[in-house]
Write a protein that binds this ligand. Structure first.
Ligand code: ADP
Length: 532
């Protein structure tokens, strides 16, 4: 307490007021000025501290606080000046000045190094300019963003359109692959099946696990064709060629189908082979027809060559003078040539007729026809031939109406009658029987031509309706005929929607029967279309 007393209220010095001779005006002037300075000096740091607190982003906050401290100490020296007017606490006032001096010097020292950094701070003008620049940039960016958004939208629309068109084309392909009546088979480079379309699946097996992942050659190519198929596969893989080849395929039901293949090499994005995609066409029917045609042509040529050779031989004998024209042998040779040429004409006519019938070029002129009229007409046509062979012809009197092409049916009847007469012994009878026949399919009329001739061996029965099939190879010479008559009959009957068949016992006779649809009520116009 004593020390504090000495510091604040020393007695050994004279108060500062004495220097002013206690002139009240001068004392007041100093007193008021110092008090106001002190008030001002104390309030400035408050503002500074407040400012620094509020603006945390302000640079050099330390300098601001040092300034605050420096001003506070300055303010305190002014307060001390007021105090020393009455109390000569010059030690205390000096000490406070020393503190103020220290703080001021320190602040000044700290101020200089801060200057370059402070100077480097952008001025408000700079900031305004930067700000403007930034605003322009922001504006530009906004515009760029809008453009980008537009581009983005355009891109999205394009992607959508492209996706839609890809989906559409994918859909088209899928529908094509699902519905096309072609086998589409994809195999990898080792020959493992990777893809088959539904049609191929139906021919190869009905379960995916029976097909996918299987080795194509081992599982689906018959052993005798495997080597060839593999060679074709290698040709595609190694030389990128597209060979056409055929192979057989056995379906799950055991059917053998003939498939024509067109293979294409599959490549990845780098152009490396990844497998083979093959299109397979089922050509079984076409293949069979081609085979039949080839067979037919070879048979026809053979059949034509036989009479031609005979005619050629006969003419050779006559022209070379080996046989004299006027002689009996000459006459015989000429007769052979004439017979063979008429046989040739008959053969060509029959072939053409059969071809026209089977290709559908012959149109039936169907009408309601009386069976009695038909059988009587056939009878009249064959009467002479029967008489010559001493065969008795018999016809039933039953008269029914059928829906048929009369001329064509007379052709069938005369053909059957001619065969019956040809293959019967003299003095026997040949009869035509007409019967009403009701089947589950509807009403028919059945015609039968019966003879008591040589009959047909049972093992030949199923073949005699085929072209050029004759039970005995010598028949064409001894009995005439081309072996096409029954094929023509069969074609005509089938065109009428009927069936033809034969029952025969060797040595006892044959019975050829065929059916023709009866005339329906609606067709009941008793019109005849038989040409007389
Ligand atoms: P073709 O012109 O040779 O008579 P078809 O096709 O009419 O030809 O007959 C074929 C073959 O069927 C005859 O060659 C004959 O062998 C046999 N055939 C046909 N009809 C009879 C029949 N009524 N009796 C015995 N065999 C017959």
């Amino acid at each position: 307490m004593e020390i504090l007393q000495n510091i604040l209220f020393p007695t050994q010095f004279i108060p500062h007021g004495h220097c002013y001779l206690w002139q009240p005006e001068l004392v007041w002037l100093h007193l008021l000025s110092d008090v106001l300075i002190a008030i001002a000096y104390y309030s400035i740091p408050i503002a500074l501290v407040y400012f620094v607190r509020k603006r945390e982003d302000i640079p050099f906050p330390g300098i601001f606080l040092l300034f605050g401290l420096f001003i506070v100490t300055c303010g305190t020296t002014h307060l001390m000046s007021v105090w020393t007017l009455w109390h000569p606490a010059y030690w205390l006032s000096g000490t406070i000045k020393a503190i103020t001096a220290t703080v001021s010097i320190y602040t000044a020292l700290m101020l200089f190094p801060t200057l370059p950094a402070a100077l480097a701070l952008p001025s408000p003008d700079d900031l305004r300019r930067i700000n403007q620049q930034l605003e322009i940039e922001i504006e530009e960016r906004k515009q760029a963003e809008v453009k980008l958004q537009l581009l983005n939208q355009e891109l999205e629309t394009r992607v959508e359109k492209r996706t839609a068109s890809l989906q559409e084309s994918e859909g088209r392909w899928r529908s094509f692959l699902d519905n096309v009546r072609l086998m589409v088979v994809g195999v990898d480079c080792l020959g493992q099946v990777e893809y088959v379309n539904p049609y191929a699946m139906s021919l190869m097996g009905n379960h995916e696990e029976d097909v996918l992942g299987k080795n194509w050659f081992k599982a689906f190519v018959p052993p005798h064709q495997q080597q060839h198929s593999r060679a074709m596969f290698q040709t595609i893989l190694e030389h990128d060629k597209r060979p056409y080849y055929q192979s057989d395929l056995v379906t799950p039901t055991g059917d053998k189908r003939v498939i024509a293949w067109y293979g294409t090499l599959l490549k990845d994005a780098q152009g490396q082979p990844t497998g083979v995609l093959s299109l397979g066409e089922d050509i079984t029917e076409r293949y069979a027809i081609d085979r039949m045609k080839d067979e037919f042509i070879s048979v026809v040529s053979h059949e034509l060559r036989t009479p031609l050779t005979s005619i050629h031989g006969a003419l050779d004998l006559l022209t070379s003078g080996l046989v004299e024209l006027g002689s009996e042998r000459g006459h015989h040779v000429l007769t052979i040539a004439a017979e063979n040429s008429s046989r040739l004409v008959q053969l060509v006519n029959d072939i053409l007729e059969l071809e026209r019938l089977e290709s559908g070029k012959v149109k039936l002129h169907q009408a309601s026809v009386s069976t009695l009229e038909l059988t009587q007409r056939a009878y009249e046509l064959m009467e002479l031939m029967a008489e010559r062979a001493n065969i008795q012809l018999e016809i039933t009197e039953l008269d029914l109406l059928i829906w048929a092409d009369g001329d064509r049916l007379i052709q069938v009847l005369t053909n059957l009658l001619s065969n019956a007469i040809k293959f019967s012994e003299p003095s026997s009878t040949v009869g035509i029987v007409v019967e009403d026949l009701t089947t589950s399919d509807g009403k028919y009329v059945k015609f039968s031509v019966k003879d008591h001739g040589r009959g047909i061996p049972s093992n030949k029965l199923e073949y005699i309706f085929e072209r050029f099939h004759q039970v005995d190879a010598s028949d064409s010479r001894s009995k005439g005929g081309t072996g096409l008559g029954l094929a023509i009959c069969s074609s005509i009957v089938q065109q009428h929607g009927g069936t033809i068949w034969v029952e025969s016992l060797l040595g006892e006779g044959s019975c050829f029967s065929f059916t023709v649809p009866s005339c329906r009520q609606t067709d009941l116009k008793r019109t005849s279309n038989i040409k007389n």
